[in-house]
Design a protein around this ligand. Structure first.
Ligand code: ATP
Ligand code: MG
Length: 473
């Protein structure tokens, strides 16, 4: 197969080919770019491999421009990178890798193109396109990656046990590509995943979470999680999620399977957001259900307090998974803690004060919270779903009304502590905090509006009741 037409739209490829010709090096575009080109998926990463020094090819390419182009050289790895407009060009010399069983560190040596292709992870990622003028555009596809692209199959080029034990991260990559591309994992390769799942233990948390986040950002992440679960890869790094799986019954009372429920919530939320952290909130929202599960003969299964317990588990899980411990964790934690609140609003009569309190606590994340709640409606009974969603419409309408009236979304106390101290000649003390808190409560309860005038008026009343009087000037 010759792909001249396809690659000729990208000018820089021909330039790299000419530089390789001048240096007398065999050079190729390789890996993900070739796969994505054949799949017509846009891609801005170009990986070049040459038989010889990748660094000297990169240098030559950088020098071939009239203007300065930034070149980064990583001598230790024998690689170099050029950033060109929105392209990222990577250069590396063809290499072969051999692994000893007692060490994860490969012995890397210069190799041929074929040897370089042998060490790649999947047949669809092992294709190369020649860019030297004599064979420009020729596809070099030793493992019939083209056929696997057509069959929509993820398959290792070598025996899966070899490929996976050499670098166990490839098992997660198999699931990640299957999920991103909507491909199947070839049965022999999948058996390899099952056999080698425990080897994932030797991989760093950072590499694992990178792949997991890519799975979560796919269109339908539930597919990836099912593969992770069945292969038992998930058990290696996220046992809390595995715990969600299963149904218990007492008599005729059983609860739903919280693993599959969570996956459904995750897929649902993907329809309304591409945000990784809102997707993480969906994954985490019921994480404490196993820990809070009780059976009560009268009401059946309960999970009381799973939202609070789940919020407490969030930082621990984030830390363990090497997820960020900053405001992104706090955001997920908040959504987990609040995820039942809009439902409570629906069940009770929706009062202004309950809505105001929710908006106060959720702040700017109230819209995301509502998305999560909508995604959480997974009943098979379509009437029930309709009723729930209609109720959420009402809650949202109420949120908007209350917000327009009272602006408690990013609540700033209408009278500050400094002002209270100044007016009454108080030094920083408990009573200042009490006054502030009582004013806030009155606003949230709707006893007064969220404005300075009414707040000051109430402040004098409250102070009087406490026996505090205005400072004499
Ligand atoms: P994407 O950029 O969308 O993540 P990609 O296939 O380009 O997909 P990269 O991680 O950028 O993935 O790697 C580029 C190429 O390097 C791959 O296509 C594959 O040929 C090879 N590769 C990357 N990681 C591994 C690995 N762990 N084992 C074997 N080959 C790998
Ligand atoms: Mg890439």
């Amino acid at each position: 197969m010759n792909l001249t037409k396809e690659i000729d739209q990208i000018e820089v490829i021909r330039r790299v080919g000419e530089c390789a010709d001048e240096l007398g090096l065999e050079a190729y575009v390789v890996g993900g770019f070739v796969r994505d080109l054949l799949l017509k998926r846009p891609s801005k990463d170009l990986d070049f491999v040459c038989v010889g020094s990748g660094i000297s090819l990169a240098q030559k390419v950088a020098d071939s421009f009239d203007h300065h182009v930034p070149l980064s050289v990583f001598k230790n790895f024998g690689t170099a990178m050029i950033k060109l407009e929105d392209w990222e060009l990577e250069f590396v010399g063809a290499r072969k890798e051999s692994y000893r069983h007692d060490s994860r560190k490969p012995i890397v040596e210069d190799g041929t193109l074929q040897e370089d292709q042998d060490r790649r992870d999947f047949t669809i990622n092992a294709m190369a396109i020649s860019i030297n003028s004599a064979s420009y555009g020729d596809l070099v596809d030793p493992f019939d990656g083209v056929r696997d692209l057509k069959r929509k199959i993820i398959k290792t080029p070598l025996d899966p046990d070899t490929t996976f034990s050499d670098d166990p991260l490839r098992m997660l990559r198999a699931v990640r590509f299957a999920t991103q591309l909507g491909f199947d994992i070839e049965p022999g390769t999948f058996d390899g995943l099952i056999r080698n799942a425990e080897r994932l233990q030797i991989i760093s948390g950072e590499r694992i979470i990178d792949e997991l986040n890519k799975i979560i950002l796919a269109e339908k992440p539930s597919y990836g999680f099912k593969l992770l679960f069945v292969s038992k890869l998930l058990h290696q790094f996220f046992p809390e999620m595995v715990e969600l799986q299963g149904v218990d019954s007492v008599g005729d009372k059983s609860h739903k399977d919280n693993f599959y429920h969570t996956l459904q919530v995750l897929d649902n939320i993907c329809e309304s957001t591409d945000d990784l952290w809102l997707r993480w909130a969906a994954i985490m929202h019921d994480i404490a259900k196993p820990a809070t599960k009780r059976f009560n003969a009268k009401v059946g299964w309960t999970f009381h307090g799973h939202e609070d317990k789940g919020a407490r588990m969030t930082p621990k899980i984030f830390r363990k998974l090497k997820l960020p411990m900053d405001e992104r964790m706090k955001y997920v934690q908040k959504l987990v803690r609040l995820h039942l609140r809009p439902i409570a609003l629906v069940n009770d009569k929706v009062t202004d004060s309950a809505v105001r309190r929710l908006v106060y606590e959720a702040g700017d994340d109230v819209d995301d919270l509502m998305k999560l709640c909508r995604a959480d409606v997974t009943s098979k009974n379509s009437n029930k779903v309709k009723r729930f969603l209609a109720n959420f419409d009402k809650v949202e309408q109420k949120i908007q009304e209350v917000e327009e009236k009272d602006h408690v979304r990013n609540f700033q106390p209408p009278v500050s502590g400094e002002e209270i101290m100044e007016i009454f000649g108080l030094s920083p003390s408990k009573v200042v905090g009490e006054l502030k808190e009582e004013i806030k409560e009155a606003i949230l309860e709707g006893q007064i509006g969220n404005n300075k005038e009414q707040a000051i008026e109430l402040m004098y009343e409250l102070a009087k009741a406490k026996g505090i009087s205005k400072k004499e000037n």
